[in-house]
Ligand binder design. Structure first.
Ligand code: ZN
Length: 309
C-alpha cells in the first residue's frame, strides 16, 4: 500500500493505493495556523486513524508520496508561501512523526499532477501540463520523468510574463504574470473589464461574470462571452507558446478547475496558440486532463511506486 498526499492551500487530499488502484481517498482542511506547523502531524493522525479503524497494520505501508504547493528540489522543500512553510526537510520530519522506515518522496504539486496525468493517459511522449485553478501551475514530463530544474522551478508557467501594458501584481511579487490572468480570479477580472467596456451584444449580467457562467454563455454563442474566452485563451497561448519552443513537447494537457469548461477551452486555446507558435511546433496536441483534482495523489503514488519498484 502506498499513500499519496496532496497538500494544497485550502485542503489536503489523501489517497491510498493498492498496486495502481485507488482504494480510498478523502480530504480535509489545511491547517495553516502557526505557519503550517500542524500540517504533517494532522496528516499522520488522519492516516494512522484510517489504519486503526480498518484494522490494516501500519506495516502494510510501503511508502508516502507528497505533493506540496511550492518549488521542491531533490525532495527538499524550498518555500511554500500559501501554507507558511519556509525551507523544510519534510522527509526527516515525517519520519520522526511516524517512526516508519519507508520511502518518502516529495514533489511540487503541479509536477506530481503532471506525472499522474502522464501515467493515467498511458502517454509515452513528452508533455507540458498546465493547471488552471486558483493559481496557474505547470509540470513538464520528459522521458517519463519530472523536469525539476536546478531551483525546482522548471515548469512554473504561472509566472511567465504575458502582460506588459497593464500588468497586475502577482502573488510572487512580480507584475504581469500569467497567473494574474489565467487563474479563476484573473479570468473573473478580465470578464469584468471587458464587460464594463462592452461593445458586443450579450445576455451576460454583472452577477454572471464568473468563469463557469462565462463559459456557459460562450457555449450558447453569446458574443461577449466568446470574446472574453478568446482574450483569455490568447494570454494562455502566449505562455504556452514560450514553453513549446523551449521544450518541444508532443502533448499539452490542460487541467485545474477551469478545465471543467471542457472542449470549448481546448478549441479556443488551440486557435489562439497557432497565432503565437513557432512554425515547427504548431502541431502539438492539446487535451483535457482526465484525473481532475485527483491527479496529484496519483502522481505521488507513481513517484513512490517507481522508487520501491
Ligand atoms: Zn508571478
Amino acid at each position: 500500500m502506498i499513500w499519496g498526499i496532496d497538500i494544497g492551500g485550502t485542503n489536503i487530499k489523501v489517497g491510498l493505493f493498492q498496486e495502481a488502484n485507488l482504494i480510498y481517498h478523502d480530504s480535509f482542511t489545511t491547517n495553516t495556523k502557526d505557519n503550517g506547523a500542524f500540517i504533517l502531524k494532522e496528516v499522520r493522525d488522519f492516516i494512522f486513524n484510517y489504519h486503526y479503524f480498518k484494522d490494516y497494520p501500519l506495516t502494510n505501508i510501503k511508502g508516502f508520496g507528497f505533493g506540496v504547493p511550492g518549488p521542491v528540489k531533490n525532495n527538499y522543500i524550498i518555500r511554500c508561501p500559501n501554507i507558511g512553510w519556509e525551507s523544510k526537510d519534510l522527509i526527516k520530519e515525517f519520519k520522526e512523526l511516524t517512526n516508519l522506515e519507508v520511502p518518502i518522496i516529495v514533489a511540487n504539486d503541479a509536477n506530481a499532477a503532471a506525472l499522474g496525468e502522464y501515467h493515467k493517459s498511458n502517454l509515452k511522449e513528452d508533455i507540458l501540463f498546465i493547471t488552471l485553478g486558483t493559481g496557474v501551475g505547470g509540470g513538464i514530463i520528459i522521458d517519463g520523468e519530472i523536469l525539476e530544474g536546478v531551483h525546482g522551478s522548471a515548469a512554473e508557467l504561472g509566472h511567465l510574463k504575458v502582460e506588459y501594458d497593464e500588468p497586475l501584481l502577482c502573488s510572487c511579487g512580480l507584475r504581469g504574470c500569467l497567473e494574474t490572468i489565467g487563474g479563476i480570479k484573473g479570468l473573473t477580472l478580465l470578464a469584468r473589464k471587458l464587460y464594463s467596456i462592452r461593445t458586443l451584444p450579450t445576455k451576460l449580467k454583472e452577477d454572471d461574470l464568473w468563469p463557469v457562467e462565462v463559459f456557459n454563455y460562450a457555449k450558447k454563442g453569446d458574443q461577449l462571452a466568446l470574446a472574453i474566452i478568446k482574450k483569455y485563451a490568447d494570454y494562455l497561448a502566449r505562455g504556452i507558446a514560450s514553453f513549446t519552443v523551449a521544450i518541444d513537447p508532443e502533448v499539452i494537457i490542460v487541467g485545474g478547475g477551469i478545465s471543467n469548461a471542457g472542449e470549448i477551452l481546448i478549441k479556443k486555446l488551440k486557435e489562439a496558440y497557432l497565432d503565437y507558435a513557432y512554425y515547427a511546433v504548431k502541431d502539438v496536441r492539446f487535451q483535457l486532463a482526465e484525473l481532475g483534482n485527483r491527479a496529484g495523489i496519483y502522481g505521488c503514488y507513481y513517484l513512490v511506486k517507481k522508487h520501491v519498484g
